[in-house]
Design a protein around this ligand. Structure first.
Ligand code: ZN
Length: 383
């Protein structure tokens, strides 16, 4: 039992991040884990985060959807969580996967404002409508997760819809995210990357890629570390990125960020670090056709370069065209610049392209992060 719960928590861990290019909604972890009506279980449970993430996946009709979690520091020692759950949240905090704050205040709304993300919450923010007009002006920007027949469903605070709606990054957000920032606090998990410290705990920590830094908090107009309250230093322009997605059988299975720092390999099971593993989503035929490493993607001066590194080759679908006559073969070892709406196809129905150009939505359900959950934890209210 304990082992299975750990596996669920690992699956959930793959869905929390503070990367502004990947997160699809913001929530307050301390609030979500106390939605006791979702399962009628313990006063607090980290599994409820998984249930809400699954609901987001279902609504967006996309797999592997990550959320941005703001976490009150008190949660790290909350006696309503199991010791295992507390340990997991501490690990997320240490790795910068979540934002831990002494006083979250309205940080959740600030993140949503800067990044243009929807907010998943039951809290009403009547007093903040002046500062964040989208709270009322954009139906679908704020949704309450509530119990539904097959798990949580969303109800928009305004308009009553159920689909999360993304807005644009605010002008301030766009400005802040054009730079990279450095926190003076040694070992800062959000804006670190240097800073000495030298504690053993830091040795294993992967240095955070500057392209994935969260948005700074603004205090009196000054970019500030939300965790440490310290003024952030400007560490130069943020590296260029491109958000790509893999679509299999019509459903976006995963998004990933391409930077100029290193190429990304995609295939059945690429060995290179940071490779995109497709194996779990492929049928036998596709698995035989697609090489372990099939494609290499690089970002060079803003251009996405795709190189076939497979045995069987790939094809380019210009402007996403599904007309066979227009498919351009990409032979092994051949490279090509991927145009704005172009897709590269590894095998019929297995495509990679820019996330904003790849529509999703297929007649089957995204993979649940809760698939490994013991039935006891999955007990849902009947209706
Ligand atoms: Zn900091």
């Amino acid at each position: 039992m304990r082992f299975e719960i750990s596996k669920v928590l690992d699956a959930i861990e793959g869905r929390v991040c503070t990367d502004p290019s990947l997160a699809r909604a913001v929530l307050d972890l301390a609030e979500v884990i106390r939605y006791q009506d979702l399962d009628g279980g313990r006063p607090a449970s980290l599994l409820r985060l998984g249930m809400v993430i699954d609901a987001l996946s279902r609504e967006l009709e996309e797999d592997s959807v990550p959320i941005y979690a703001v976490v009150h520091r008190a949660l790290l020692s909350d006696a309503d969580l199991t010791s295992n759950e507390r340990m997991v949240v501490r690990r997320w905090a240490d790795d910068g996967l979540v934002e831990v704050l002494d006083n979250p205040g309205d940080r959740m709304l600030e993140v949503a404002d800067l990044l243009g993300l929807p907010v998943l919450t039951r809290v009403r923010f009547d007093g903040l409508r002046g500062r964040f007009p989208w709270l009322v002006e954009q139906p679908g920007r704020v949704l309450a997760p509530v119990p539904g027949a097959g798990g949580p469903v969303f109800v928009a605070h305004v308009g009553g819809g159920s689909t999360p709606v993304e807005g644009d990054r605010s002008p301030v957000g766009a400005k802040l995210l054009a730079r990279q920032w450095r926190c003076p606090e040694p070992g800062c998990a959000l804006f670190g990357g240097g800073g000495g410290g030298g504690a053993f705990a830091d040795l294993a920590r992967v240095e955070r890629a500057p392209a994935g830094q969260p948005p700074p908090a603004l205090r009196n107009g000054v970019p500030t570390c939300p965790r440490h309250g310290a003024r952030l230093g400007d560490a130069g322009p943020r590296p260029r990125t491109e958000v790509l997605a893999v679509r299999i059988g019509g459903l976006v299975r995963r998004r990933f960020v391409l930077t100029e720092e290193q190429p990304v390999f995609i295939g059945r099971a690429p060995e290179a670090s940071g490779g995109i593993v497709l194996g779990q989503w492929l049928n036998d035929e596709a698995r035989r056709w697609i090489s372990r490493s099939h494609l290499k993607l690089e970002l060079r001066v803003g251009e996405v370069i795709v190189t076939d590194v497979s045995t069987n080759g790939s094809g380019i679908r210009p402007h996403g065209s599904m007309t066979e006559a227009e498919r351009i073969p990409l032979a092994p070892n051949q490279s090509r610049v991927l145009g704005g709406a172009d897709m590269v196809e590894l095998y019929p129905g297995v495509q990679v392209g820019r996330a904003r150009e790849l529509p999703t939505g297929a007649p089957f359900t995204p993979t649940s992060v809760m698939a490994e959950a013991p039935t006891m934890a999955m007990r849902l209210p009947r209706n």
